[in-house]
Design a protein around this ligand. Structure first.
Ligand code: TUI
Length: 315
């Protein structure tokens, strides 16, 4: 059995968070992960305050275990969903794609534990000063919005920079990844891409099939020109977006408009040509559709095998 301080801190069985994937991480996925002993997370990205409240209540009907909410800080609804997180007394909030410091006092006063995703030691130190309970150091192998550093380089540096617990994210899809994260000093992991192929994940069939069939080199990063790099599976949309990024006759506004609605088209409509299929570099390691409980059990059994009983957290 693998137990780390994050398990006791949050009342979870496995030191694993499910990534708060925009448009993907709903009550169905989050409750399945929480019921399986991890920390399920609802993504607030595509919701306003009241839509998020409804999803939280739905999740409470589906699990009695703790679950969290992810606030994507670039969302136009960030302030109102931040308020709902506090009102609903969500035990854990994770944040992404920005600096959460302006919301942190409100959350900590409401008893919400704040665990921001950080792409650098500077942000890790800042959120620690603002009262973060832990941080998730996410490397650029991950899907969606990405930072510059790799997981291998970022995690040990964040571990050295802060005293609070560190979770590792980006490029983790099996037991070897979990074991490696522990070796780098993390006390837990956040996993996104592998849950795209979970039975309880309600994304379009086309999205699941694209992940199930992906090869190692099938992801690419677009969006650097506008300052918001995003990793997704290669398809006509991502190739066209990249072409437009390098085309000086295309204005920033046109580029922005071209991207609008693309994630929704992938997740809800399964539009293989015009959708943006966000996924991490480990998509090729996610080639079987399985229930969340099986994914989590398999990952931790794999980690125990690699660690051979010698790891600091193997009981
Ligand atoms: O947030 C993510 N991943 C995401 S958010 C998202 S929503 C979306 N994004 C673009 C197009 C369509 C939909 C999809 N994936 N991961 C967490 C993460 N946060 N990765 C990197 C960061 C980050 C980057 C900069 C966190 C903070 C940061 O700070 C900058 C600053 O303001 O200091």
């Amino acid at each position: 059995m693998i137990k780390t301080p994050i398990c006791e801190l949050l009342g979870i069985e496995y030191p694993l968070f499910q990534g708060g994937m925009a448009w993907v991480a709903n009550a169905s996925l989050a409750s399945a992960v929480s019921n399986a002993g991890g920390l399920g997370i609802i993504a607030a990205m595509n919701s306003n305050g009241e839509q998020l409240r409804a999803e939280i209540r739905k999740c409470r009907e589906m699990t009695e275990k703790p679950f969290g909410v992810n606030v994507m800080l670039m969302s136009p609804f960030a302030a109102e969903v931040a308020q709902v997180v506090a009102e609903e007394k969500i035990p854990v909030v994770t944040t992404g794609a920005g600096n959460p410091s302006k919301f942190m006092a409100g959350w900590t006063e409401a008893g919400v534990k704040v665990i921001p995703v950080v792409p650098s030691t500077a942000l890790a130190k800042m959120v620690e000063r603002c009262g973060a309970t832990a941080v998730i150091a996410e490397g650029g192998e991950s899907g969606g919005h990405v930072g510059d550093l790799t997981t291998m380089a970022l995690v040990p540096q964040v571990c050295d920079a802060v005293k609070i617990p560190v979770l590792a994210a980006g490029g983790i899809a099996d037991g070897r990844g979990i074991a490696a994260a522990f070796m780098l000093g993390a006390v837990g992991v956040q996993v996104g891409t592998r849950f795209l192929v979970a039975t309880e994940c309600t994304i379009s069939r086309a999205y699941k099939e694209k992940v199930l069939k992906a090869k190692d080199i099938d992801t690419m990063v677009t969006g650097r020109r506008l300052g918001h790099p995003v990793r997704a599976l290669k398809n006509p949309f991502s190739r066209e977006y990249l072409k437009k990024e390098y085309d000086s006759s295309v204005s920033d506004e046109e580029l922005e408009a071209f991207g609008t609605g693309s994630l929704r088209r992938a997740v809800l409509d399964g539009d293989t040509k015009g959708g943006s299929f966000l996924a991490g570099q480990v998509a090729a390691m996610c080639n079987r559709e399985q229930p969340c409980a099986e994914i989590i059990r398999e990952m931790f059994e794999g980690a125990e095998q690699v660690l051979g009983g010698a790891g600091k957290w193997v009981k």
